[in-house]
Design a protein around this ligand. Structure first.
Ligand SMILES: Nc1ncnc2c1ncn2[C@@H]1O[C@H](COP(=O)(O)OP(=O)(O)O)[C@@H](O)[C@H]1O
Ligand SMILES: O=c1ccn([C@@H]2O[C@H](COP(=O)(O)O)[C@@H](O)[C@H]2O)c(=O)[nH]1
Length: 208
């Protein structure tokens, strides 16, 4: 067991391959315990009716309960357990349940706006930006939102043009400058992922 967990932030636009890259890192650090935390779990609760919740800008930093995410990450960094919220994409609200997370050697925090907040950035040992062309990300998002998040094609297009695309350019893409590593083309870039995994293993060896 390492003294202090190594915290890895993985960001990029929606559909860039953040989850895939995080999964690859997760699978590669065998022998060490790993926790995966998603920023999406920390969307704020809204009392608005569902018709109004459909209009929420989910790509703006203020849509997240960043103080809670920060507190949880700080606790995991201090080797304390946390109760991570669970988000319901169909209801567009956090569910009533939480997920208990014990402290681990490696903590992967993944999400579109994790590098936007300086306090979060300061907790991270390695910051990764997954860089994938906008058109590829949009195609992936259409497929995912329809099949996994219960959305209509009209809804996906309207949301993309109204908030997802402008917020990406205003808030997400500018955080690339804070990344230690930029991975082009997401989850199948095995060279970049192998380099990253080598770095993670070397930090763990040094700490352990
Ligand atoms: N390099 C890649 N080539 C092809 N498909 C990919 C690649 N990276 C990710 N995907 C696929 O694209 C979709 C979105 O990837 P995901 O990792 O969930 O993105 P994000 O978490 O950034 O929204 C998934 O279906 C995933 O399997
Ligand atoms: O209720 C919701 C909450 C979030 N979204 C969208 O999710 C993406 C972030 O998730 P990725 O896995 O990185 O794609 C963000 O762009 C939000 O627009 C949503 O549509 N509805």
């Amino acid at each position: 067991m390492v003294q202090k967990p190594i915290i890895i932030g993985v960001t990029g636009g929606s559909g860039s391959g953040k989850t895939t890259v995080s999964q690859r890192i997760y699978e590669s650090v065998a022998g060490h315990s790993v926790a995966m935390i998603q920023q999406d779990a920390y969307y704020k609760h809204s009392d608005l009716p569902i018709e109004k919740r459909r209009q929420i800008n989910f790509d703006h930093p203020l849509s997240f309960d960043t103080d809670r995410l920060l507190a949880d990450l700080q606790k995991l960094s201090d080797r304390q357990a946390v109760d991570v919220p669970i988000y319901d994409y169909k209801l567009r609200n956090p569910s009533a349940e939480t997920r208990h997370q014990e402290p681990k050697d490696v903590v992967i925090i993944e999400g579109i706006l994790i590098l936007d907040d300086e306090r979060l950035r300061d907790l991270m040992d390695i910051k990764v930006y997954v860089d994938t062309d906008d058109d590829i990300r949009l195609l992936r998002r259409v497929e995912r939102d329809i099949h996994e998040r219960g959305r209509s094609v009209e809804n996906v297009f309207a949301q993309y043009l109204k908030t997802v695309k402008p917020m990406y350019h205003q808030f997400i893409e500018p955080t690339k400058r804070y990344a230690d590593v930029i991975i082009p083309e997401g989850g199948e870039n095995s060279v970049a992922i192998d380099l990253l995994v080598t770095k993670v293993r070397s930090v763990l060896k040094h700490e352990g």
